[in-house]
Design a protein around this ligand. Structure first.
Ligand code: BTN
Length: 254
């Protein structure tokens, strides 16, 4: 009943009224053998997961809480780029369907009016040189009317930004269709070579000042570009280019 225009992604869609977390459920199904492209969707998550152990508010019927199971024949170190592939797909889907000015905040967020409208959580099950499966979790705030005060400054929804109700299925379909196209292009080179121009066009960080905090470094600079390997290049105040990988960084300012 999704009328999807895809070959692989969403060839099987497993929906739930309520689950703890679609990523958790997808990992369980993947361990039981669920195939490439299987999508897990829930109306509500009771324990939605964000990055760094945060929880992800996932109220019933107002958002898209879904996870895509992938079994790409790639090296494990190249799997984190799938977050960027998915981010690009969500950004394009939102732009097409809502004409809101969505942008990617590298590496995990989609923002509208400077506030987060979508978060991505990619999890992998792998051996040293072999990927067993990847779960790409996508949370999109669609028809959420308001956020609790502590989130209000940071989070928004399509409804808040566009002043209308959006059909979640249309956004799901569009996202999965675009994701499939970009995913295939990614698999051709095992990196972002084929889509990096589009990625950079959608990335809000380019040309802006950022502060990057990670375990080993604390940097300030102006974002130059995202590379085809998915790293962020920042020009520091001394004019030196520094490469940042998406591992465990947090970026202040967009
Ligand atoms: C983040 O921005 O911190 C990532 C949020 C990811 C949320 C999505 S909702 C669907 C999937 N299932 C989860 O438990 N998390 C992801």
């Amino acid at each position: 009943h999704y009328n999807l225009n895809t070959n692989v992604i969403g060839n099987k869609i497993i929906s739930y009224d309520s689950v703890d977390s679609t990523n958790q459920q997808a990992k369980k199904l993947a361990l039981e053998g669920a195939g490439e492209g299987t999508v897990v969707i829930a109306e509500e998550q009771t324990a939605g997961k964000g990055r760094r152990g945060k929880n992800w508010v996932s109220p019933p019927k107002t958002g898209i809480w879904m996870s895509i199971i992938l079994r790409p024949d790639i090296m494990p170190e190249n799997a984190s780029m799938l977050t960027l592939v998915a981010g690009l797909a969500v950004c394009k889907a939102i732009r097409e369907i809502t004409s809101l000015e969505a942008s990617i905040k590298w590496p995990n967020d989609i923002v509208v009016s400077g506030k987060k409208i979508c978060g991505l959580l990619t999890e992998m099950n792998s051996e040293i040189d072999y990927v067993n499966f990847v779960v790409v979790g996508i949370g999109i705030n669609v028809n959420i009317e308001e956020f609790p005060p502590e989130l209000d400054k940071m989070a928004t929804s399509l409804m808040i930004e566009g002043n209308q109700i959006y059909k979640r299925k249309r956004i799901i379909n569009k996202t999965l269709e675009i994701f499939e196209v970009y995913y295939k292009k990614y698999l051709e080179t095992e990196d972002l070579t084929n889509i990096i121009a589009e990625y950079n066009e959608c990335c809000i960080n380019i040309g802006r000042n950022v502060k990057v905090t990670s375990r080993s470094q604390n940097l300030k600079g102006i974002v130059k570009e995202v590379t085809r390997k998915g790293e962020l290049i920042i020009t520091d105040p001394q004019g030196e280019d520094i490469e940042i990988t998406s591992g465990e960084v947090s970026i202040r300012g967009i």
